[in-house]
Design a protein around this ligand. Structure first.
Ligand code: NAD
Ligand code: MG
Length: 383
């Protein structure tokens, strides 16, 4: 009973963050143990007490039992439980087709909600299946990676990859609610936790001095698994992302808006593509190096202080992330990276586009950065 009393005393009410969109608003709920209370949290926002769950082979055994219990307590029926292999390879159209056949074969109807229990892969995949099944089913995000809790579960982008490139097929499909159960992060491998933290640091740089200084002070505790730091990072990241998404739901603003969320990603995507998507370099690790390079490029262009790159790099390194090209332990060709950046989905007519910084909270898009300058930076970084 003492442990029960301690648990009761330590219990914190979940944090709730509204995401205000033109068509419908929804909440991101953040806290420990939310899966075990999922039924009570979902019942008010879903049309019926019937769901289909999509998860992966790693997350299912760890976190499905709590979710099943939480749903059962509120009288929910589970029409189908669909499991995909873990990893990026599951984000493809044949897997979408299999999911649709499983769900519709099990009697999923217009009032059945699709629940995505897992990381960004499961969220993107299940969200896309929900967007197209019966021309759109209610959808719920139950993110279990830090990356998914701070980034992919908010904003409504869903989709899959083609052999031609990442995320080339998809739909905007907003969830009815996001339950970010920070307790699930306790089972996440530390490398994945750190990779997710790179997006938190990105949000810090985009948001301003307050969140960036918080990152510098608490980032190391966070990657060590500190629950309060994790919950704060999820809350503040979702607050920033929700505000950006609310202002530019469909990424139509060419300069500001959602495009700014690509800070560190022009370099990051090029590095990821060069390494292949087989797990040698995680997305967040590529973003970490990309943040360092974006800060360095900003300093070279005289946009930010000469100190900022060093601060960004030493903070990411202190959090156990690769922060410089040479930390990746392999050689890159500057020409190959430049070629990739010219072909970036967000590039226009082969011109290089970067999100640059004047300082924390002062990001902007530049569409006219000289390739020679970028090449010189890459060479100085060891290319
Ligand atoms: P992921 O979904 O592959 O998860 C990473 C690994 O962690 C997987 O092996 C998974 O099985 C495992 N895992 C997940 N939760 C766990 C837990 N609680 N305990 C133990 N293991 C766990 O990868 P991710 O980093 O979460 O997401 C990456 C994907 O997200 C990419 O496909 C990317 O394109 C997408 N993404 C989408 C958006 C968006 O706006 N929709 C934004 C950013 C990224
Ligand atoms: Mg990213």
């Amino acid at each position: 009973t003492r442990r029960v009393q301690e648990a009761v005393a330590a219990w914190q009410p979940p944090l709730r963050l509204p995401v205000q969109l033109s068509e419908r608003s929804y909440e991101v709920v953040i806290g420990e143990g939310l899966l075990a209370r999922a039924g009570a949290l979902l019942a008010p926002v879903l049309p019926a007490r019937r769901v289909a769950i999509v998860t992966d082979e790693t997350v299912g055994p760890l976190h499905l039992p709590a979710l099943r219990q939480g749903l059962a307590e509120a009288g929910f029926a589970i029409a189908a439980e669909c499991t995909v292999p873990p990893g990026e390879a599951s984000k493809q159209l044949p897997v979408v087709q299999r999911l649709l056949e499983e769900m519709l074969g099990a009697g999923v109807d217009r009032r059945t909600a699709i629940l995505a229990l897992g990381g960004g892969v499961v969220g993107d995949l299940a969200g896309f299946a929900a967007a197209i099944a019966l021309r759109g089913l209610p959808f719920v995000q139950l993110p279990t990676t830090l990356l998914a809790q701070v980034d992919s579960s908010v904003g409504g982008k869903t989709g899959v990859n083609l052999p031609l490139g990442k995320n080339l097929v998809g739909a905007f499909h907003q969830p009815r609610i996001v339950l970010a159960d920070t307790g699930t992060l306790a089972t996440l491998p530390v490398r994945e936790l750190r990779a997710g933290y790179a997006e938190v640091a990105k949000h810090g740089l985009l948001s301003g001095e307050a969140l960036w200084h918080w990152c510098e002070a608490e980032g190391e505790a966070l990657v060590g698994g500190d629950p309060a730091a994790l919950a704060h990072a999820v809350l503040e990241s979702c607050r920033l992302k929700a505000a950006v998404v609310a202002a530019d739901e469909r990424e139509e603003s060419p300069e500001g808006g959602r495009a700014l969320l690509n800070l560190g990603h022009t370099f990051g995507h090029a590095l990821e593509a060069e390494c292949g998507y087989g797990g040698e370099l995680l997305h967040g690790e590529a973003v970490a190096v990309g943040l360092g390079l974006a800060a360095a490029l900003s300093a070279r262009l005289g946009e930010c202080s000469q100190e900022l790159p060093g601060r960004v790099i030493s903070h990411l390194a202190a959090c156990g992330l690769p922060a410089r090209l040479r930390d990746l332990g392999r050689e890159f060709s500057a020409a190959a990276l430049l070629g990739r950046m010219r072909k970036d989905k967000k590039a226009r007519d082969g011109a290089l586009r970067f999100v640059l910084l004047r300082g924390p909270g002062e990001a902007f898009t530049a569409g006219d950065v000289s390739p020679a300058l970028v090449e010189a930076l890459l060479r100085d970084e060891g290319c």
